[in-house]
Design a protein around this ligand. Sequence first.
Ligand code: W6P
Length: 404
Amino acid sequence: QNVSKMLDFYSQFNPSPLSIKKFIDFGLNASEEKSFIFLRKELPVRLANIMKEIALLPDNLLRMPSVIAVNDWYIRSFQEILEFEKKDPNPDILEHFCSELVKIRNRHSDVVETMAQGVLELKESHDVDSHTEHSIQYFLDRFYMSRISIRMLINQHIHLFSALIFGGLLERAPGPNKSKYIGCIDTQCDIVSVIRDAYENARFLCDQYYLASPELILNEIHHNQLEKEQFINIVYVPSHLYHMLFELFKNSMRAVMEYHNTSDLFPPITVTVSRGREDICLKMSDQGGGISRSTTDHLFKYMYSTAPQPSKSDAHTVPLAGYGYGLPISRLYARYFHGDLVLLSCEGYGTDAVIYMKALSNEANELLPIFNKATSRFYRSTLQTGDWSNQATHIGDRQISIHT
Ligand code: W6P
């Protein structure tokens, strides 16, 4: 069909990363027409780049029903946006564009779970070798990052220009608390209140399941007197920050509650917030007994998290449920604007998780996967031959194979 021709065409272009600052400038100045013109090219480019990569997945994964379903959603959405390729941006078209974006966003709302299901289907029907596992890890990081970025673009357009969407109405509502939002970006995101919010919601789940929960201690580091009275603000997407913090709190709480299960005193979770010239750092420290280094390495692996599927029917495991895809996805949210999320654990004591965010909105650029020759080479290559001793002790982690 001619979809594949259009895919070839649009995948030749690299996605154009925007910084948070550009998103803001765009939100303040750009007209709906300008946004429309940008998106009708940029969305197909981003979609085509990742769709080309889906096509490179191992055949047996591509044959899984869930993966086929996801791929079909992408094809449909790609075609729907191409409908606007040659249309004049008159008010009717602009409105139709908005409603198509809403439709597309809804269609893709379960992509993460569906892809995870596809990986499960593969594991249940095939032996997955370590090369396949490595490819899947590489792919899912890029695929989910691409999805985060596409949803960001769609959300910004909808929030800014769709009068139909409740967000659009809410944010234009008059009132004393004039919105400091531009789309889903908060220009004065109060980090401390996001931390408290995520803590309270995780604590609610924790209390439900364990009938108790660790306290929160919050430290804000201020380097000079002037700053002292104000909380640390940042220009950021609060929903992304909330997502990461909620995930980390759940993990820390579970660790603390399980580790101290014989006592009724639970050491608090400490969160420290600091602002440097380059980064804003958020460190969450628990005394939940920590995890081994070999486990730490695994916590960001999709295949590992999918592994010991806590029996889905077992309601017992739901409340602070295991390491689903929560950590790898949270790290993608951090990396999306060139931040990071790292874990550092002392086995036998506790774990620190650090979220880094760029302090300057013009440095907070989107980090986007691009499809090119190097990408296809990656999927074809085998793993490097080991050149350190003792790799055999890491079997299942790394595999020694002859590079071809
Ligand atoms: C743990 C394991 C973990 C993962 C992520 C965040 C915090 C923690 N604490 O023991």
